[in-house]
Design a protein around this ligand. Structure first.
Ligand code: RNT
Ligand code: ZN
Length: 416
């Protein structure tokens, strides 16, 4: 695309939005401050570097697209490639199983900040901040129950693991001078009907109390619920109700994974309700197809509505935006780029909404006018603003990133 055309289109868009009282320059600087937390696990189908254990814990990747990252260097190279095609400065979200363990087996109850030393260095060299996750799945002790396991030995193992992960997150936060957001999701549940719903939840609550007893200042905890996992269909210990209760009582961040609710439930609608009772939110932006399938995020109504709610709630500084999908059926770097760009496009459209005018209509009971303007906004020239955002960030404009991904595939990933 010719730069002069991008400029021309942007000028027209700026004028059009100005007529609605929107300053596109201000919108662009707000978008520049949006930091996505890129999930490291899209690059290698949630494998990590701990062992060759198969993925467990009710989650699954499908597809066998060639070229997945096989080691830490390949994963880092892939993430940097993806980041070079996404406008803005973004974060990296690491799982514990992605530690730099050398050739040693480091069990989950033995992990130390030193196993993430090289990640912290790499991140600072590449101007990326880190977020973190404890890992309950893909381990011989994962079973169906981890932090809610009635076997004290197994439960203590996972408590120790999660405590150590918080210490690692604290170190990351300190080093990067910005809080590291640590997500806690455990797969605990049961395939068939259980007659002990209360018991496992009591155990999970007690484990969390032990884990969170230590206060830190450079990390923040978030807790993630889900509806069900594969093979764990009848009961999930960490349900939505469980974690909402826990988070509001203990001032913890709630993680909203857009694939973790009933298919017609609006995740966007949860933002305002939850922000009245919990300090902040973490998002796992994904795309569920019929179930928590973790398809690549796209610019659909669900993602748009979610971003609009963040802006409408004036909550840009209380919502952390992470991505969470793992599609092994297409080029994995391309998957990062599509999902990240789609999320940013949704954020841009949310920021371009003429809220002032829409709210005036609403206050006056002008329902027709409100709906008409929202409909018109859908086809305003937001795309010209998006192109300018890409241009200014020195990343490919429009579909030209496809070629870049193809080039990296032919030169790098296809040779793996
Ligand atoms: C699983 C949760 C969880 C994981 C990652 C890998 O359903 O969404 O966030 O996807 O921790
Ligand atoms: Zn998630």
């Amino acid at each position: 695309m010719k730069e002069s055309n991008i400029n021309k289109a942007y000028e027209l868009a700026a004028e059009r939005y100005a007529a609605l009282d929107i300053d596109v320059e201000k919108v662009l600087s707000a978008l520049q401050n949006v930091q996505l937390s890129l999930h490291c696990w899209q690059a290698d189908d949630v494998t990590g570097f701990e062992s060759s254990a198969t993925l467990s814990g009710g989650i699954q990747t499908t597809g066998n697209y060639p070229g997945k990252a096989r080691n830490i260097d390949e994963l880092r190279a892939d993430i940097l490639k993806a980041a070079s095609l996404i406008p803005g400065d973004h974060r990296l979200n690491l799982h514990e199983i992605y530690g730099d363990f050398g050739n040693k087996f480091v069990d989950r109850d033995q992990v130390e900040p030193e196993h993430f030393e090289s990640w912290m260095q790499w991140a600072s060299e590449n101007n990326m901040k880190l977020d973190f996750n404890s890992t309950s799945f893909s381990h011989p002790k994962s079973g169906d129950l981890s932090l809610s396991n009635p076997d004290e030995g197994i439960r203590n193992f996972w408590i120790e693991h999660t405590k150590r992960c918080r210490r690692i997150a604290e170190e990351m936060g300190k080093r990067q001078n910005d809080p590291c957001i640590m997500n806690l999701w455990v797969h605990d549940g049961s395939k068939d009907i259980t007659v002990n719903r209360m018991k496992y939840r009591e155990l999970l609550k007690d484990s969390l109390d032990q884990i969170f007893a230590q206060e830190y200042h450079n990390m923040k905890d978030c807790i993630e619920s889900k509806v069900f996992g594969i093979g764990l269909e009848s009961y999930t210990v960490g349900s939505n109700d469980f974690y909402i209760g826990y988070a509001s009582q203990n001032n913890k961040i709630i993680t909203l994974d857009t694939g973790h609710f009933h298919p017609t439930e609006s995740v966007a609608d949860k933002v305002s309700s939850m922000l009245l009772f919990v300090p902040e939110l973490m998002l796992h932006v994904s795309r569920p197809i019929r179930w928590d399938s973790d398809h690549v995020t796209i610019m659909n109504d669900e993602t748009l509505d979610l971003c609009k709610e963040i802006v409408r709630c004036d909550a840009m500084n209380r919502v952390h935006i992470g991505l969470d999908y793992f599609d092994a059926s297409i080029n994995r770097i391309g998957a990062y780029v599509i999902g990240s760009r789609a999320t940013l496009k949704c954020m841009l459209q949310a920021l371009l909404e003429p809220l002032h005018l829409l709210r005036k209509y609403e206050a006056n009971g002008q329902g027709f006018e409100r709906l008409a303007l929202m409909e018109e906004c859908k086809s305003l020239l937001w795309n010209a603003v998006w192109d300018m955002f890409c241009l200014r960030n020195d990343v490919p404009v429009g579909e030209s990133f496809i070629e870049e991904v193809q080039k990296y595939e032919s030169e790098v990933t296809s040779k793996r």
